[in-house]
Design a protein around this ligand. Sequence first.
Ligand code: UDP
Length: 239
Amino acid sequence: SSKPLLYRRVLLKISGEALMGDGQYGIDNETVKRVASEVKEAQELGVELSLVIGGGNIFRGMSTAAQGMERASADYMGMLATVMNALAVQNALESIGVYTRVLSAIEMTAICEPYIRRRALRHMEKGRIVIFAAGTGNPFFTTDTAAALRAAEMGCDALLKGTQVDGVYSADPKKDPDAERFEHLSYHEVLMRDLKVMDQAAISLTRESGIPIVVFPIGERGGIVGALTGEGPSTVISD
Ligand code: UDP
């Protein structure tokens, strides 16, 4: 790509679903490898990247809580699921020569480092890709909120949110043929229209920190670099 980069330091949020490929749950190795190769491409363009990985492909706390399990316990299981995904992505990145560190919001020192902000920044300065696991470490939160939080803590100039579609629509484009795609939205519009981009806590946090959210398709090759250069489809949310 010859186009200049729009962002230098970004937090990339990858949902658990984005790792499933065509499967209904779990981790699809080919998909993880493809995403890893795109992260490597972005890094080679000079972008400082860190990742927040979701866990919905393995476990979603809310739906289990609704079935009778205590919400907090179910949420802890959800956070553990994000650690599994983080290890899968770490493995895929390191197998193609990208140095990474997994930092978990819940201490698990036998398999990854605990999250310490200054350590995360140091890793990034050394050119490592930091993978944030276990969300915020708190039940009743989501990995979207974790992504907004880490983006602010790491001083990122954008939060890239990979989705299955190519941006934010006025309605679900898979169900409604009249759904309209937005090029740009304000945080306020997202909140007022209750658009399903990220949860409200995440939108509020990015708004307060002035970090734009770039919603882009992660299901197709080239999505990450396309979002970083503006050459690919995306919806940008800012003031
Ligand atoms: N979770 C949590 N606190 C956090 C992040 C995640 O309790 O800070 C739990 C919650 O149960 C959630 C699950 O982990 O449903 C998986 O995360 P999420 O649904 O955000 O994953 P994604 O949809 O991105 O795959």
